[in-house]
Design a protein around this ligand. Structure first.
Ligand code: GSY
Length: 162
């Protein structure tokens, strides 16, 4: 039997039909060999993080079991973004779909274009709220779990479950 790794993905959208964008992204991911979507969090309306004034986001997280290495998992996420028509233009700007690999087992990866656990996720309520809902013990890389990091995370009170 091939070894599987439990990984967490973060999904976000603030352009178009944001619910359908998250649904479609997860549906596409679940059709890829070596990726099984185990759990999806609730969707949350979250204020935009960063310097760009833009619409609120819809964010969610998913737990997947995968036989793929972290880099391949990321490449599939980027491919789904591209297939759905995401154009990477403005940094921190609005996006049709964003899929991040947040956690990959207990692995630490720091390579060009791939940092796991996702840097600064411990300070982003839009990541921690959905992640703690479905994987409270997720190791976020600084020795804390998602639930522990969420306790003192700024901005969590501005997040609404949809
Ligand atoms: O980092 C992912 C894209 N993104 C988001 C997001 O997904 N949610 C919120 N609330 N703000 C964001 N700013 C960026 S960039």
């Amino acid at each position: 039997m091939t070894d599987t790794t439990r990984a967490a993905l973060g999904l976000g959208s603030n352009i178009g039909d944001t619910k359908s964008n998250l649904d479609e992204a997860l549906s596409r991911l679940s059709e890829i060999g070596g990726i099984e979507v185990i759990t999806r969090s609730s969707d949350y309306r979250t204020p935009p993080w960063g310097p760009v004034a833009q619409d609120d986001f819809r964010n969610a997280c998913a737990v997947v079991e995968t036989t793929l290495p972290a880099r391949e998992l990321l490449e599939h996420c980027l491919e789904v973004e591209r297939e759905m028509g995401r154009v990477r233009d403005q940094r921190w700007g609005p996006r049709l779909i964003d899929i991040d690999v947040l956690v990959y087992g207990n692995a630490r990866v720091d390579e060009e274009g791939l940092s796991i656990p996702h840097p600064r996720m411990g300070e982003r309520a839009f990541v921690l709220v959905p992640l703690a809902e479905i994987w409270p013990d997720a190791p976020i890389g600084d020795g804390r779990t998602a639930t522990e990091a969420l306790k003192n995370c700024p901005g969590k009170e501005d997040i609404t479950r949809l």
